[in-house]
Write a new protein. Structure first.
Length: 247
């Protein structure tokens, strides 16, 4: 099965620079079985298929126009949909659902982990967070309340915008507390998207990642360069595609 993951930086169907159409064409051409787009409009997905999204995150006008932090698409129907995950998670940044690919059930967790300055602005007053606090709280809830459940031990993929370089370079630094938290959270998971940036030809390390339970075999990993040939920049994130099979 083919999995695509990309933060499209709110490429909008209402845009006038052609970015949405190019992103949409790339997504369709890859012919994935399962797609996770973050900071995206559902209209970016291929025609046909089945869509589930995260709930509202307080993202203002983008969500009023239909965008969501996480949009999942599958060629096959979804079931067991959960937009909450844990009361400890920030709203609108999680969705879990199960689909079947070639009669094999797959649980997909779509995530948008907060970036380093999440709610750091003084305007948040008593709700203001410190640098990396939002990401750390997300990882804690994910590890302690979600991934500890038996349902996530088989045929599960954690896909989306991690907002963390893996392997870490400068975002975050390897010795940082948030990187140690990330290592603890995904201990025992395969992360085939932790690729060598120099080998891929990308301008910066991936922060859009896919973690897999051990019962998947990874056949192939490729990347989507955020700089397109039609216009200068398609997104502020590079995307990733993997081909996997159940063991």
């Amino acid at each position: 099965m083919r999995i695509l993951n990309w933060n499209t930086q709110i490429a909008s169907p209402r845009g006038v620079n052609g970015r949405f159409e190019v992103v949409q064409e790339i997504v369709a051409t890859i012919d994935a079985d399962i797609i996770c787009l973050t900071e995206a409009y559902p209209e970016t997905m291929p025609s046909g298929g089945h869509i589930v999204t995260s709930g509202l995150s307080g993202w203002g006008r983008h969500e009023r126009l239909g965008a969501r932090k996480v949009v999942l698409w599958s060629k096959y129907p979804w079931r067991d949909i959960d937009q909450l995950g844990s009361e400890r998670l920030p709203e609108g940044r999680f969705v879990r659902a199960t689909t079947e690919v070639n009669k094999a059930p797959v649980t997909v967790v779509g995530m948008c982990i907060p970036y380093h300055s999440y709610r750091y602005d003084k305007s948040w007053a008593e709700k203001r967070k410190s640098i990396w606090q939002g990401a750390s709280e997300y990882l804690d809830a994910l590890r302690e309340e979600i991934l500890s459940q038996d349902r996530y031990r088989q045929r599960t993929m954690l896909i989306g915008d991690y907002n963390l370089q893996i392997p870490p370079s400068t975002y975050p630094y390897p010795s940082s507390a948030i990187n140690r938290n990330r290592e603890d959270t995904f201990a025992g998971w395969q992360i085939p998207t932790a690729v060598d940036t120099d080998a891929t030809g990308l301008d910066k390390p991936l922060v859009d990642h896919i973690a897999l339970s051990p019962d998947f075999f990874v056949r192939f990993v490729s990347v989507i360069n955020r700089f397109g040939t039609h216009i200068l920049q398609l997104s502020d994130h590079n995307g990733v595609v993997i081909d996997v099979a159940p063991v």
